[in-house]
Ligand binder design. Structure first.
Ligand SMILES: Nc1nc2c(c(=O)[nH]1)N[C@H]1C(S)=C(S)[C@@H](COP(=O)(O)OP(=O)(O)OC[C@H]3O[C@@H](n4cnc5c(=O)[nH]c(N)nc54)[C@H](O)[C@@H]3O)O[C@H]1N2
Ligand SMILES: Nc1nc2c(c(=O)[nH]1)N[C@H]1C(S)=C(S)[C@@H](COP(=O)(O)OP(=O)(O)OC[C@H]3O[C@@H](n4cnc5c(=O)[nH]c(N)nc54)[C@H](O)[C@@H]3O)O[C@H]1N2
Ligand code: SF4
Ligand SMILES: [Mo]
Length: 765
């Protein structure tokens, strides 16, 4: 082993140990990350990675003089853990978790600790660019030319205005997470087309929560740490190294909580828990219906909670009588006596919780997932665990001055109803205007209900869309695409004009604590260093574009500094005070469980009148998943994500890539591998009715023999991502898209993208 390799091995091991410990046991948060030194190295994208300049990867043994300390919060996942960043030699040198943040509690996860590697990534976008090669797609060099901001705005404004004049405002789509500035420009233009990722992520939960509890959109907070019985149906957040989930879960296990982990695949969450039930994919609904029947029939539910805070128990009881444990056993392949035991344990151990986040069994994975989300809500309510200690909590967030109150807008034009993705056709989820990642592709290609001509895209990647190659075809059909990004992602490769944004560590503002918010709290974000490149924040990009398009009046007097000031003043604080107070403002008060709900009955509705009024089943009923194994596609396909990557946006982080092991693989049970004549590490083809991908096989025991699993985030084809390029495959290429008619036929009030409701074949490459 060369000296260089030896050094790397040491530093990598030290890093893994330190970050693993920080995730699971709350180890000292100020360990050093070798390889994260702020060395700025220009990488030539044409050089093979081996020949790139060497980055010093030795462990740092001597602490340099810390000249400044800045506050920020992590922008990698939505937990937004508060950070303290130590500065040495004008460079961000070390990141620590902020101990005063109730989410971080002084610690971060592997991804947060490695963020300096992203900040100083030489592949980052450095200035606005335009493409000069009209051809677009994988393998095509965009032939970028550097331009200034005025030219970038002008090019985009001309293209968008031309589309609007010739084809109407609806011919322009904003594909972006919601943002005050963006929402205003979209409304000023009068296009109904704003598309975000929720249909792939947690829309089924949102729909059920809106209907049965009236609590809006964010079913994200859990008091796992105090739960005594944790019944997970694919809730696997501790395995994702999500900071507070991992910490609270370990706390619960150490406090003697019993964990039953139901998942076709054994994960770290399951392994730490004690009991693993390898359920057949897409059948959790049957398990839950049988549980409800037992709990109701044996009167094991929390009588006080159910009487006072829920409605519809009688109708619920009548609806589940056919769902015996024996019936559920046939469907789920879980023994009837196991289902009975789990139901009784769950109802009689307090506090008990079915934790859920986004893409577990109730997430938009299958045609029946919304019913699973509904059953989870019902079961948590039956045992009195909604907004109670050890249960599912409604996060306490501070109320904020709205953007429109701070800067009242001129009148907006009328907006057409019909959206490109048909999202207005869903009565419960439609009003959230979040849009649909799986129907947009077919709509663009078919020009139904009308032609889409241009798109403005921000912080969404091609690899996140079902059947990504088909989405590329849809993008190729558009006349003009502008993309805001931090990296030269696959979406950037499809752009005509690129607007580079700063990395979050170069940005300012503040953020609500959401994922672990027992009381209202905000965390400060200040630039930890001066911006490295010629970038602009999203608000500034939208303002520049609006002015160039002729919508400048909507942004007169609008400034993020002023908005922040107004919001902080309303809370009785200021940026200055936040700085003085370790970057945190809190309104700490004792936790009091909610007693009223924003539904027609003011209760949690076990019989949902809102679902009924909108044409959906008001009670949970059995419905199978949509696609079953066939001779052609004999295996269930499931998707997950690893602890050290966030979707497709961390693969260019050298540390994370090293920690993961470079490429993803397809997980196969050893019996399945033997049947297929495949050995660990062999290349295999995984094929669905949409596409095929080639990957290495990872042979294991901890997955059902009828199921295969692939982790998401890989298969980058942008050559400008020099580390991420060409590692593994995108399992999303396999996911079929859905035309709007198929989506409506599914009858899902959340309009979920059914990310796993298909089957695959696997064979040796
Ligand atoms: N490290 C890391 N953390 C992340 C993310 C990331 O990319 N990386 N992404 C964040 C985001 S946006 C999201 S949406 C969440 C998603 O995080 P999770 O909601 O935890 O989703 P997955 O990672 O997809 O894990 C879902 C689990 O469900 C199991 N599963 C699949 N099918 C079934 C089934 O039919 N029944 C049951 N019971 N289980 C099933 C899978 O095997 C898998 O273990 O994670 C967030 N946190
Ligand atoms: N195949 C498949 N598809 C999926 C999923 C899956 O499991 N498998 N999961 C789904 C889920 S749960 C989700 S939440 C979605 C997520 O969908 P996306 O948010 O589209 O997914 P990411 O892969 O995280 O891509 C984020 C993009 O934003 C860029 N970016 C990062 N930070 C910034 C920033 O500060 N500003 C700007 N302008 N850009 C930034 C990154 O370079 C990257 O291109 O994906 C969904 N799609
Ligand atoms: S859990 Fe990790 S990635 Fe998510 S916000 Fe916290 S430190 Fe960042
Ligand atoms: Mo997600």
């Amino acid at each position: 082993m060369s000296k260089k390799e030896e050094k790397w091995k040491l530093s990598r091991r030290a890093f893994l140990l330190a970050s693993g410990a920080a995730v699971t046991a709350g180890a000292a948060s100020n360990f050093l990350i070798a390889g994260c030194q702020p060395e700025e190295v220009e990488r030539d994208p044409d050089d093979p990675v081996d020949e790139q300049p060497e980055i010093d990867k030795t462990l740092v043994s001597v602490e340099p003089e810390i000249t400044d300390t800045k506050f920020n919060f992590c922008g990698i996942c939505s937990a937004n853990c508060a950070m303290i960043v130590d500065i040495a030699d004008d460079k961000a040198w070390r990141i620590r978790g902020n101990p005063d943040d109730q989410v971080a509690e002084g610690h971060l996860c592997v991804k947060g600790y490695s963020a300096l590697k992203d900040l100083y990534d030489p592949d980052r976008l450095k200035h606005p660019m335009k493409r000069t090669n009209p051809e677009k797609g994988p393998g095509v060099d965009p032939e970028w030319v550097k331009i200034d901001w005025d030219e970038a705005f002008e090019l985009a404004a001309n293209a968008y205005n031309e589309a609007i004049e010739e084809h109407g405002p609806q011919s322009l789509a904003f594909i972006s997470r919601g943002h005050d500035w963006m929402n205003r420009l979209q409304r000023a233009i009068g296009t109904p087309n704003h598309i975000q990722h929720h249909s792939t992520c947690f829309t089924t939960y949102t729909a059920v929560w809106r209907a049965a509890m009236g609590t809006g959109n964010r079913p994200f907070m859990l008091d796992v740490g105090r739960a005594k019985y944790i019944l997970s149906f694919g809730w696997d957040q501790p395995s994702k190294a999500k900071n507070m989930s991992a910490r609270e879960y370990v706390k619960a296990v150490e406090n003697g909580a019993k964990v039953v982990y139901v998942d076709p695949r054994l994960t770290i969450t399951g392994a730490l828990g004690g009991e693993w039930i390898p359920i057949k994919p897409g059948t959790d609904l049957a398990f839950m219906l049988a549980m409800i029947r037992i709990i109701v029939n044996e009167e094991l539910y929390d009588k006080d909670y159910v009487d006072n805070y829920t409605s519809g128990l009688e109708q619920l009881a009548a609806a589940v009588q056919d769902y015996t444990p024996e019936w559920a056993a046939e469907i789920t392949e879980v023994d009837a006596d196991v289902i009975e035991r789990v139901a009784r344990e769950f109802a009689t151990t307090k506090p008990a919780l079915i934790p859920n986040h986004k893409r577990d069994a109730g997430g938009p994975n299958y045609a029946n997932s919304w019913r699973v989300a509904f059953c989870i809500n019902i079961l948590n309510a039956l045992v009195g665990s909604i907004d109670r200690e050890g249960g599912q909590i409604i996060g306490r967030t501070p109320s904020m001055v709205s953007f429109d109150d701070a800067f009242p807008p001129p009148d907006y034009p009328e907006m057409p109803d019909a959206r490109i993705d048909g999202f207005e056709k869903h009565p419960i989820i439609g009003p959230t205007r979040r849009g649909d990642f799986s129907t947009i592709t077919e709509a663009i290609l078919d020009e139904e209900p009308y032609p889409l001509k241009a798109a403005f895209i921000r912080k969404h990647n091609v690899l996140a869309f079902p059947n990504a190659p088909r989405f590329v075809e849809a993008l190729q059909k558009l006349d003009f695409v502008a993309v805001c990004d931090v990296w030269p992602s696959e979406m950037v490769q499809m752009a005509d004009v690129v607007f580079p944004e700063p990395y979050y560590l170069e940005s300012s503002g503040f953020g609500n604590r959401v994922y672990h918010a027992f009381y209202p709290q905000i965390a400060l974000r200040e630039p930890v260093i001066d911006p490295l490149y010629d970038t602009r924040g999203y608000g500034g990009i939208i303002t520049g574009l609006a002015q160039a398009m002729g919508y400048g009046e909507y942004f007169e007097g609008v400034s993020s500094g002023e908005l922040n000031e107004q919001r902080l003043e309303a809370l009785g604080t200021s940026m200055e005070e936040l700085k003085q107070n370790n970057g945190i403002w809190s309104d700490e008060r004792p936790f009091e469980g909610r007693t009223e709900w924003d539904t027609p009955s003011n209760k949690i509705e076990l019989y949902s009148t809102v679902l009924e009024e909108n044409g959906y089943d008001p009670l949970p009923h059995w419905q199978p998943k949509k696609e079953m194994p066939t001779d052609e596609y004999p295996y269930y396909m499931i998707i997950s994500r690893p602890p050290m990557h966030k979707m497709s946006q961390t693969q260019n982080n050298e540390l994370m890539m090293q920690a993961y092991g470079e490429e993803n693989s397809v997980m196969l049970n050893s019996a399945t591998a033997a049947d297929l004549g495949v050995e660990d590490g062999d290349e295999v083809i995984v094929e669905s009715r949409a596409n095929q991908v080639t990957l290495k096989a990872k042979v294991m025991e901890g997955i059902r023999p009828d199921t295969v699993c692939i982790e998401h985030g890989f298969g980058h084809w942008s050559r400008e991502l020099t580390i991420a390029f060409n590692k593994g495959a995108n399992e999303g290429d396999l996911i079929p898209t859905m035309p709007i008619d198929e989506m409506l036929a599914a009858g899902d009030p959340g309009a979920g993208s059914q990310m796993q409701d298909f089957c695959v074949n696997v064979y040796k490459a």
